[in-house]
Design a protein around this ligand. Structure first.
Ligand SMILES: Nc1ncnc2c1ncn2[C@@H]1O[C@H](COP(=O)(O)OP(=O)(O)OP(=O)(O)O)[C@@H](O)[C@H]1O
Ligand SMILES: [Mg+2]
Length: 505
């Protein structure tokens, strides 16, 4: 069906058209050009009214409104359409732009399922459904899961816009493909994920396996407490690492270092306090008898690692350790397949995908963290060894730009802050200015998908994962009213107890 006609000046990359109805920004249309059918994306949509232009006062506006309503030709629907390429080529995964611009007078047609299905929802096991096109709702939107494992991805959006929902969706799909996923869960968002192949666990750190400076971090020695750092470094010997009772052996060494080294008695006693404190406060997390915590990760499962209880520094040390180990395991596995020998038993034989929430905390711009070091290594080397990285953040401007630019695919949801948008624009070449300007007008669950996991940039609405709660907003009013109810119950039952006490007396 013809819905518009090309007018004015045309270019091989864009045309202007007059349309018969207002078209939505983000809608796909067909440009029936002289050289073949082209796929176009509505990038700007303007409506004007002849009668309601140059209005000088309110009365004039009211009169003109009536004139406008009577005159069917009053409204003018103008659109700017970006040309994405020849439809037939796009359906084969190739982008070919026309050499000659579409002639003015060319018809603009509605895009049908037949036109768009092969582009946005190709068949093949590696293509998983994540929703539908936002403006052409009947068209399924799929992403290529192979590309995210080999080329990484980022999910960027303001808080509450649906990042964790998309992660849950990806997790379900990876599970259905028997893939291995590791999610570092900072807000306890994924505990209730309704997946049979889930392996949920608290992150553990085995202090025996850490270098001394990392042990100092996890027991929370201050970074600039040089003397305390030295005490720990000197005391954390191989003999301690292998001791049956790790903490006692470490405490013994610290204590004897304090006694035998002049001027270190106070520092040693402070380190002892810190060790004692850490042993009690973090007994669930710091476990010298847990073996190698990475061995708890199971292949073919969605492994959700709860890091909610960890301090930022501990989480950082933990994440870095896991990234380093997983990368190493994958390397050994690949090397072994190539015939090189390896001496490790626990190896991930198939590719693994790792998702880091709150990426701006662990992979920050302008400051060093161990997680950042290992994440950028995974980003650079992962492709060769089958280890993919997914970073999720509500503050793209604070993520390390080098790591962000290595992410081959992006899902970007609503973002209003200018500096966040700029950071994304510089990380993603294929994000045009017009698409960028759409970011502030997206709703919850709407996303722009760009990069290698899609054949073409797509504006989609992501399916909601209903079978679980993903960090939905708290209903404070409801909880308050329940608190009142609990108070009443507590009051009644204490009164009952009091009466019972009296009776007993
Ligand atoms: N695709 C969607 N369709 C409809 N509703 C959605 C969609 N995605 C998310 N929501 C709703 O929005 C709420 C917040 O989603 P989600 O927890 O995924 O956001 P988030 O971006 O991860 O937030 P945060 O920054 O707090 O981690 C969810 O409770 C869910 O009900
Ligand atoms: Mg979230």
């Amino acid at each position: 069906m013809t819905i518009g006609v090309v007018i004015g000046e045309s270019k091989p990359t864009e045309v202007t058209a007059q349309s018969s109805r207002p078209l939505s920004v983000g809608e796909y249309v067909i440009i029936d050009s002289q050289d073949g059918r082209l796929l176009g994306l509505v990038e700007r949509s303007i409506i004007t009214s002849e009668a309601l232009t140059d209005i000088r006062n309110f009365d004039e506006a009211v009169e003109s409104k009536e004139v406008a309503e009577l005159n069917s030709r009053d409204k003018n629907y103008k659109v700017k359409i970006g040309i994405l390429g020849f439809l037939e080529k796009l359906q084969k995964g190739q982008v070919v732009l026309p050499a000659v611009p579409p002639l003015p007078g060319t018809s603009i047609l509605e895009a049908t399922q037949k036109d768009l299905g092969m582009i946005f929802g190709p068949s093949g096991k590696e293509w998983i459904r994540i929703g539908a096109l936002l403006r052409n709702k009947e068209i399924e939107a799929k992403v290529n899961i192979n590309k995210i494992v080999s080329r990484h991805f980022a999910i960027l959006a303001m808080t509450g816009m649906g990042k964790s929902n998309l992660v849950s969706l990806v997790a379900k799909d990876v599970a259905s493909l028997n893939g291995t996923l590791v999610i570092f869960d900072y807000h306890n968002d994924y505990e209730n994920l309704d997946i049979s192949k889930m392996n949920y666990m608290m992150v553990k750190i085995n202090p025996r396996l850490l270098p001394a400076d990392k042990l100092a971090e996890v027991i929370e020695l201050r970074e600039n407490a040089d003397k305390q750092q030295r005490v720990l470094r000197e005391s954390f010997t191989d003999q301690v690492k292998q001791a049956k009772d790790f903490w006692s052996a470490l405490e013994e060494n610290v204590s004897s270092f304090g006694h035998t080294t002049k001027g270190y008695a106070d520092s040693a006693s402070r380190v002892l306090d810190k060790i004692d404190d850490a042993k009690h406060r973090f007994s669930d997390i710091l476990d010298p008898d847990c073996g190698d915590p990475v061995d708890l990760i199971k292949e073919g499962r969605v492994n959700v690692l709860n890091i909610a209880e960890l301090s930022e520094r501990q989480a950082n040390a933990g994440l870095a350790y896991y990234l380093q180990e997983l990368l190493q395991q994958r390397k050994e596995s690949v090397w072994e397949k190539k015939g090189k020998s390896s001496n490790r038993n626990n190896r991930l034989v198939a590719p693994v995908f790792i998702i880091i929430e709150e990426a701006h905390v662990f992979i920050p711009k302008g400051e060093h963290t161990d997680t950042k070091y290992w994440a950028s290594k995974v980003a650079r080397e992962g492709r060769k060894f089958g280890i993919g990285l997914g970073v999720v953040s509500q503050r793209p401007r604070n993520i390390d730009p080098n790591v962000l630019s290595q992410m081959g695919s992006l899902a970007i949801m609503k973002i209003v802050q200018d500096d966040d948008q700029q950071q994304i624009a510089s990380a993603a070449e294929s994000l045009s200015k017009d698409l960028l300007s759409q970011l502030s007008s997206l709703n919850i669950g709407d996303a722009i998908l760009i990069g290698q996991w899609v054949n073409l940039p797509a504006i989609v609405h992501i399916d909601e994962v209903k079978s679980k709660k993903t960090g939905s907003d708290l209903d404070a009013v409801k909880e308050w009213s329940q608190t009142d109810k609990f108070k009443d119950i507590a009051k009644e039952s204490t009164q009952g107890l009091l009466q019972k006490d009296l009776l007993l007396d």
